[in-house]
Design a protein around this ligand. Structure first.
Ligand code: ADP
Ligand code: MG
Length: 250
């Protein structure tokens, strides 16, 4: 059998995301609950992977670890060759900000700030950019996310859900991250708007970005070329999606 990890290991490519025996417990003593139970997988540059499982299976907990927003109780998480637990807070913040673009179910925008302000927020660490360069980047990513520039000075709470998620995608792209981590990005959208959002992830992946799409919805997960299924904090399957072309290994 040709498993996902064997296929890539044969190509000797270094994974961008590597989880080795990740365990996450919440609570202590008799109240201790194991939410992630020995999770191991590698994700390689340019892959589009879905992590799918029912509500409460541990997806968001895993996403927080993948995004270096939280640390595992035990096990090793390696992001782009760096063991995350060995990094100091400042370095973690820089890595999060430059390597990863986050997209969340509830958009997480500043409601009373304009689209422009929301999108340029992650540029806070890019002090070397001139005002003109910032503006150029914001315009480019807003358009790349499929939103017209005419909304740039609207407050984000004046937009529809689909438009808000496009602002959030633009914000995720503004530092040109190589990895996109999205947690239930279509969860608050109707089906057709959700499709538009998924299409932008497919496009970003085609352009070479690694996309990790977390969802409870198998239909949404089926857009990825590899699907990792998780249940009760354990991986129950990890397979290439027969319906989608396998990632090019060139
Ligand atoms: P999913 O995103 O798949 O719905 P979560 O990762 O949010 O799952 O949650 C997995 C389990 O961990 C759930 O049972 C949830 O109640 C529990 N959990 C999540 N966060 C915490 C926390 N901070 N403290 C205690 N339990 C938590
Ligand atoms: Mg969740």
């Amino acid at each position: 059998m040709n498993t996902v990890n064997e296929t890539f290991r044969h190509q000797a490519i270094r994974p961008v995301i590597s989880c080795h025996n990740i365990i996450k417990n919440y609570g202590t003593g008799v109240n201790e609950v194991r939410v992630l139970d020995s999770i191991s997988f590698d994700i390689y540059s340019g892959e589009f992977v879905s992590i799918v499982g029912p509500s409460g299976s541990g997806k968001t907990t895993l996403m927080n670890i993948l995004g270096a927003l939280d640390s595992p109780s035990s096990g090793t998480y390696t992001l782009d060759g760096e063991v995350v637990s060995s990094l100091k807070d400042d370095d973690l913040a820089i890595i999060r900000n430059t390597k990863i673009g986050f997209v969340f179910q509830s958009f997480n925008l500043l409601p009373r700030a304009t689209v422009e302000r929301n999108v340029q927020l992650p540029l806070i660490y890019s002090s070397s950019l001139t005002t003109k360069e910032r503006k150029g980047r914001v315009d480019a990513v807003v358009q790349a996310a499929g939103l017209s520039l005419e909304y740039l000075f609207n407050k984000s709470n004046q937009l529809s859900g689909g438009q808000m998620q496009r602002v959030a995608i633009a914000r995720a792209l503004v530092n040109d991250p190589s990895i996109i981590l999205a947690d239930e990005p279509t969860g608050n959208l109707d089906q057709s708007t959700g499709k538009i959002v998924i299409n932008s992830f497919l496009k970003l992946n085609k352009e070479g970005r690694t996309v990790v799409l977390i969802t409870h919805d198998l239909n949404v997960a089926n857009n990825a070329s590899r699907i990792i299924q998780i249940q009760d904090g354990k991986i129950i399957s990890d397979e290439f999606n027969k319906k989608k072309p396998k990632r090019s290994l060139n």
